[in-house]
Design a protein around this ligand. Structure first.
Ligand code: CP
Ligand code: NVA
Length: 302
């Protein structure tokens, strides 16, 4: 694996290897076993959008691996004043050992990978959020001891999270059911991939998607960059809340996952959120272990 641009590019084996390494790094961290696998290496973290988890998990993660992070806010980089990504990529490739970028257009991440000569990690675009979904798969596997055969549903916007969950879930053998309003379906490229797979189901009925689910996912109704659409989205997604009525049709001990930040009273009720807070914050913690595994896989000595 050279880059992590989107899960569509990753094989089942590659995903599994990252999850296995993430489990090992988590174990070592819990037992205070040092793992300086990236000693002397630097990762640049370019952010064109806000972040809590992604920034902090990458910064502390590389430090725990013996390397150093450089937080590069797009507001301060010359990118913010119009320096082309192609030039930035070629310059940063000469200083750094890897770049994580969070931005709007997927093309920008793909261009960085084409023009630079170091590993590029997608820290979220409008299209996908592969780092998050690796942590999600890790969290699910921790609870159930397996992935294949479980039923995962996603209720809400067919956004970056939905796109990555569909691809990651199907590649790891889960049954993936998605409920979105008709005008907010996942990306066409993802649906083209998923429709080949008998384990994929798409509906506009949240209850139909949630029946007998082992895992329930949701995400904000208005992602970063969609702030001006907040009101119309609240109307469109009104029936797509993860609440007690929805949880009543899932498996009795179903797990709830949310990439965070969560908007209580919108995509999820306070009650369901708090009842599943342990699982949701374990998922957030696993960003650290999963991101370390991604960096070691891409930036470690081969
Ligand atoms: N889930 C997630 O990516 O969180 P941040 O936006 O805080 O990084
Ligand atoms: N779909 C959300 C995820 C945040 C981690 C967004 O893009 O804002």
């Amino acid at each position: 694996m050279k880059h992590l641009l989107k899960l569509l590019d990753c094989s089942t084996d590659e995903i599994k290897q990252i999850l296995d390494l993430a489990d090992q790094l988590k174990y070592e961290k819990k037992h205070n076993i040092p793992h300086p696998l990236l000693a002397g290496k630097s990762v640049g973290l370019i952010f064109q959008k806000s972040s809590t988890r992604t920034r902090v998990s990458f910064e502390t993660g590389i430090y725990q691996l013996g390397g150093q992070p450089l937080f590069l806010s797009a507001r301060d980089l010359q990118i913010g004043r119009g320096e082309p990504v192609q030039d930035t990529a070629r310059v940063l490739s000469r200083y750094l050992d890897g770049i994580m970028i969070r931005t709007y257009a997927q093309k920008e991440v793909e261009d960085l990978a084409k023009m630079g000569s170091i590993p590029i990690i997608n820290g979220l675009t409008d299209f996908c959020h592969p780092c998050q979904v690796l942590a999600d798969l890790m969290t699910i596997r921790e609870k159930y001891g397996k992935l294949a055969g479980l039923k995962m549903c996603y209720i809400g916007d067919g956004n970056n999270m939905a796109n990555s969950l569909i691809v990651g879930g199907l590649k790891m053998g889960l049954n993936v059911s998605i409920a979105t309003p008709k005008n907010y379906q996942p990306a066409a490229e993802v649906l083209a991939f998923a429709k080949e797979n008998p384990n994929f189901f798409l509906t506009d009925d949240p209850f139909e998607a949630a029946v007998d689910a082992d895992i329930v996912f949701t995400d904000t109704w208005a992602s970063m960059g969609q702030e001006s659409e907040k009101e119309e989205r609240q109307k469109a997604f009104a029936g797509y809340q993860v609440n007690d009525a929805l949880m009543a049709v899932t498996k009795p001990d179903a797990m709830v996952q949310h990439c965070l930040p969560a908007y209580r009273g919108q995509e999820i009720t306070e009650k369901v959120f708090e009842e599943h807070a342990d699982e949701i914050f374990e998922e957030a913690e696993n960003r650290l272990h999963a991101q370390k595994a991604v960096m070691v896989t891409l930036m470690g000595n081969k």
